[in-house]
Design a protein around this ligand. Structure first.
Ligand code: APR
Ligand code: PHB
Length: 391
């Protein structure tokens, strides 16, 4: 098999890249190790920056998002039983975000790719990227029990944190920057109307809680739990009681309860692999970087990477200049590190590390009160949350 761009992984990064290349008349093949049902059911975050919405719409993948996505003009910070709303458009000159689940983005892109795009192979596991720094990189993969080779002009590793693409960068050229956190998120999906019309991020002495949503009838809720917690060890009643405690206010706000339909625990980590390019191998999305979910940046970063790659390749074809492709890693990393900074800030602002000295509790409250009192501090949060423009 041969193609122009070999794409490993059919998460949001790989799927959107295939779509962008298809629209530009550039051939690609997507290899995905899991089956279609698995990819379409995986629960992930669901906040799209304005720039992400614009890209999906321009790519012709925004029809259902425009119908079903919920525009949000702010978030609420909750701490010490107080409530503070951050008004995005007022602070950023008009920006907002859209609540539309990553699984839905993937379903839309898969349907488009199968209908109009190049090959998208499920149950096709990439085993290794070979000769990444030559003119003809290859992906060795296994599909339907047989080993095969995909010959490419470029390979883009969109295969997530656990993928194989990153391993093709020689150890001597790689640098990894990493931090793990001693807690995770217990996430639940519930058939309950959202208890507030915007997301609520709560800091509490018992730990962080987040109230999010998927639709006017489905809530998505999270609780900070100790690292390594088994989701099954939490009974539904205990989850609701704990959410009630961490989200408590002094007014008449009430948490809506309903049947829990899914439960899982996500670990929290910050991770960046530099560089994001080696020869003709490019890393995009979670394959190159991970953020803790507190700032909802994961998907938006993946979109930034693949847009940067697609534009650079189109530029090369139009002008003969590889300048933008050569600058891929530096261009992406500038944006990546801003999102890393923001996600780290939000995580340390709102979570309670086990054994943290009481001094840290006071500092967290002081930081939150600063955001509530200072338009400058609040604007910094609003700009980062709604997203920095693509370069
Ligand atoms: N061969 C083929 N496919 C692979 C391989 C492999 N060896 N290893 C992993 N994959 C697939 C996974 O099954 C998955 O479908 O690559 C895909 C990677 O997708 P994601 O993990 O969703 O990563 P990405 O597309 O970069 O999206 C980033 O996902 O993890 C969230 O919060 C993150 O929202 C962010 C987004
Ligand atoms: C979600 O709805 O899943 C979600 C929202 C905001 C976050 C993380 C996850 O910061």
């Amino acid at each position: 098999m041969r193609t122009t761009v070999g794409i490993i992984g059919a998460g949001p990064a790989g799927l959107l890249l295939a779509r962008l290349l298809h629209n530009a008349g550039i051939g690609s093949v997507v290899l995905e190790s899991r089956d279609r049902a698995y990819v379409e059911q995986r629960q992930r975050a669901g906040i799209l920056e304005q720039g992400t919405v614009d890209v999906l719409r321009a790519a012709g993948a925004g029809e259902r998002m425009d119908r079903e996505g919920l525009r949000h003009d702010g978030i609420e910070l909750r701490f010490a039983r107080e409530r503070h709303r951050v008004d995005f458009p007022a602070l950023t000159g008009g920006s907002s975000v859209t609540v539309y689940a990553q699984t839905e983005v993937c379903k839309d892109l898969i349907a488009l790719q199968l209908k109009e795009g190049g090959p998208l192979l499920f149950d096709a596991e990439a085993l290794a990227v070979e000769d990444a720094d030559s003119e003809h990189p290859r992906v060795r993969f296994r599909h339907e029990g047989r080993e095969d080779v995909l010959e490419c002009d470029y390979v883009v590793g969109c295969d997530g944190f656990w993928g194989v693409a990153r391993k093709a960068v020689p150890a001597g050229l790689s640098r990894v920057f990493e931090r793990t956190y001693p807690f995770g998120w217990l996430g639940v999906l519930a058939d309950a109307p959202p208890s507030h019309d915007e997301l609520v991020y709560a800091r509490h002495d018992r730990g962080f809680a987040l109230l999010s949503m998927r639709s006017p009838t489905v809530s998505r809720l999270y609780l900070q739990v100790p690292e390594g917690t088994d989701a099954g060890s939490w009974r539904d009643e205990d989850i609701w009681d704990e959410l009630d405690r961490r989200l408590e206010t002094d007014d008449d706000w009430r948490l809506e309860r309903g049947p829990v339909t899914a439960k899982s625990v996500t670990p929290m980590r910050s991770f960046v692999h530099e560089p994001m390019r080696h020869g003709r191998l490019f890393l995009a999305g979670d394959a190159a970087h991970i953020v803790p979910p507190t700032g909802a940046k994961g998907l938006n970063l993946a979109v930034g990477d693949v847009v940067t790659f697609a534009r650079a390749l189109v530029h090369l074809r139009a002008t003969g200049s590889a300048e933008r492709l050569d600058a891929y890693s530096e261009t992406c990393l500038r944006r990546v590190w801003q999102a890393e900074r923001f996600s780290y800030d939000m995580t340390t602002l709102l979570h309670r590390a086990p054994g943290a000295p009481p001094f840290e509790d006071r500092i967290q409250l002081a930081r939150l009160r600063r955001i509530a009192a200072s338009r400058a501090a609040e604007t910094d949060l609003a700009e980062a949350y709604t997203g920095f423009p693509f370069e």
